[in-house]
Design a binder for this molecule. Structure first.
Ligand SMILES: O=c1[nH]cnc2c1ncn2[C@@H]1O[C@H](CO)[C@@H](O)[C@H]1O
Length: 337
């Protein structure tokens, strides 16, 4: 199974920019800011640093890593190295969640930030054959000021790879409806709506994401399993959930993988994609998330290939791009039979 997964062409829809910084990149950045950061440069100490008491603690730790990214060269190197790791896992297409507000607030001009990610995007395509797209997300803990600036950067800079608009950070104490004006404008400008919801709060935030923010996909959304009406609605309207099993375990959103609602959601007909969210921070990789999902769903190789196909079909890649990637998955599956 694992060798089949390793070679399987994939698409990833829910993976965060800074959250994907490898231990080596974090160590290099931490060493550069020696002493001024709580983030350890030693990879072993870093693995211990990435142990989270709860979701709020995870966000606090996440932001200490964001603090290490000080200039556009850091942004470009980080992004290019993420593409290298994605290509190592046979990821052909990824929608990377990027939070420009947090870097602009730390002194990196929006234009330089966008030029850096676009430079890395071009490099990813030519060097690794990885097609990167951007989701610009609002860090929810920074509220409406962050929403305002994230939308402004999205519409004024409009980097070529930008395709969607999201909402990340904590859900507790950050109601979704307040962000409706910003999602309305982003959607009117042709950006897809993909907010987080139902990760650390109940089904009502998933309803809000759908009804108030026009969500086309939901980041996590796992608490939908608590509400049969919502589960049926997601299945009927085929609104996909971007599922990251180990993330939910490591941020304590679920008590154990065996209690993860993935299987119940799939059994109810809810479309899902499998993702890694913040792989180094959660001590995982996309390949490992596919292995977790295949165990939880009792899949054989054909079933695992269907997970990859589902992610492609739920992506915002154009139809010709989707057809190309689906054909590659089919050819791989035949070769591996
Ligand atoms: O699993 C997650 N849920 C919500 N936000 C997340 C997650 N992983 C990374 N972020 C990121 O946390 C930052 C908060 O300021 C945002 O950049 C958001 O994208």
């Amino acid at each position: 199974m694992t060798s089949f997964i390793a070679g399987l062409p994939k698409a990833e829809l829910h993976v965060h920019h800074v959250g994907s910084a490898s231990p080596r990149i974090v160590a290099e950045l931490a060493a550069r800011h020696e002493g001024a950061s709580p983030v350890p440069a030693d990879p072993e100490a870093l693995a211990e640093y990435f142990a989270f008491r709860d979701f709020a603690h995870f966000i606090d730790v996440y932001l200490t890593v964001v603090d290490l990214i000080r200039d556009d060269e850091d942004v470009r190197v980080l992004t290019f190295e993420i593409a290298r790791e994605l290509s190592r896992q046979q990821v052909r297409y990824a929608e990377l969640t990027v939070t420009p507000y947090s870097s602009v607030k730390r002194g990196i001009p929006a234009k330089a930030f966008c030029e850096a990610i676009e430079d890395a995007r071009r490099g990813a395509a030519t060097e690794f054959g990885v097609d990167l797209r951007w989701c610009f997300d609002i860090p929810g803990e920074a509220g409406l000021a962050a929403a305002e600036q994230t939308l402004a950067i999205a519409l004024e800079e409009r980097p070529d790879g930008l395709i969607s608009f999201g909402l990340g950070g904590p859900e507790v104490g950050v109601p979704r409806p307040q962000f409706k004006p910003y999602f309305d404008q982003a959607r009117a400008a042709g950006l897809h709506s993909v907010p987080h919801a139902g990760e650390t709060t109940g089904p009502e935030t998933v309803w809000d994401a759908i009804r108030e923010l026009g969500a086309e996909r939901i980041g996590h959304g796992i608490s939908a399993a608590q509400d049969p009406e919502l589960t049926a609605y997601l299945a009927e309207h085929q609104i996909p959930l971007e599922i990251s099993p180990t993330s939910n375990l490591r941020t304590r959103a679920v008590p154990s993988l065996d209690e993860h609602p993935l299987a119940r959601l799939v059994a109810a007909g809810v479309p899902v994609s499998i993702n890694s969210d913040d792989p180094p921070m959660f001590g995982t990789t996309l390949e490992q998330e596919y292995a977790v999902a295949s165990r939880l769903l009792g899949l054989d190789d054909a079933g695992v290939a269907d997970l990859a196909r589902a992610a492609v079909k739920q992506s915002f890649l154009d139809s010709s791009g989707q057809a190309r990637l689906l054909a590659e998955i089919d050819a791989y599956t035949v070769r591996s039979a």
